[in-house]
Design a protein around this ligand. Structure first.
Ligand code: GRF
Length: 219
């Protein structure tokens, strides 16, 4: 069977990239990464690509006069790699509407909060400041609205009295993101997940609400 190709866009440590590549190696995701693209040189995510013998490239946003030119360079590299879908994995640049539209229904992002709560940055500290009992991560289709696209699945954990922003960031990656993102990426590459009329559809069924799973049920 044909293996769907993905481009993974990164800016940093690449833990989500590693989780996706490991899941592919285990045969849990039917697909392959045709390109890892970073907007920053020298980041750990590029080492991970190299370790997995995946082609990688740096397209440094500082080399471009404006966002449209940067995004055009990204799109050129993605399309040249033969990628059919785009996975944002800690990619820290805001994308233009034109770029997003080009990949509508074919581009996913993971965000470290239970969207629509806490779009943007500093999500863990903001959840603590608000005295939230729970927190988590969301995987969504990307739309031009920042962190505002239709959510597919969320993973939730409980915030403990000992938690800090740093401990929450670590727990959310270790307990939620590294399992949640490969699962949803696998749905996309296997054709089980689609975006239809602006709403995620899994196995032909429109999702009435995001799927929600407790990832620390044993605690
Ligand atoms: C993750 O917390 C992800 O949710 C957010 O950025 C972080 C990326 O980490 N969008 P990594 O680069 O995958 O290690």
């Amino acid at each position: 069977m044909k293996r769907r190709r993905l481009a993974v866009l990164v800016s940093g440590t690449g833990r989500n990239l590693a989780a996706i590549l490991d899941a592919m190696r285990r045969g849990e995701i039917r697909g392959q990464v045709s390109l890892v693209l970073s907007n920053r040189p020298g980041v750990r995510a590029l080492d991970i690509a190299r370790e997995h013998a995946i082609p990688s490239a740096v397209i440094d946003h500082r080399d471009y006069a404006d966002r449209p030119q940067f995004d055009a360079a990204l799109a050129g590299a993605i399309d040249a790699s033969g990628a059919e879908a785009v996975v944002l994995a800690g990619f820290m640049r805001v994308l233009t509407g034109e770029f997003v539209q080009r990949y509508t229904g074919r581009m996913l992002n993971i965000h470290p909060s239970l969207l629509p709560l806490y779009r943007g940055l500093r999500t863990h500290q903001r959840a603590l400041d608000d005295g939230q009992a729970t927190h988590g991560a969301s995987v969504h289709f990307v739309t031009p609205e920042l962190d505002g696209g239709p959510v597919i699945k969320q993973g939730r954990i409980h915030i403990g009295p000992e938690d800090t922003a740093d401990s929450l960031a670590a727990r959310i990656f270790a307990e939620v993101e590294c399992r949640l993102y490969p699962e949803v990426v696998g749905w996309l590459t296997s054709g089980r997940l689609r975006l239809r009329h602006g709403r995620p559809e899994l196995d032909g069924e429109p999702l009435q609400a995001p799927l929600l799973e407790d990832y620390d049920a044993a605690r």
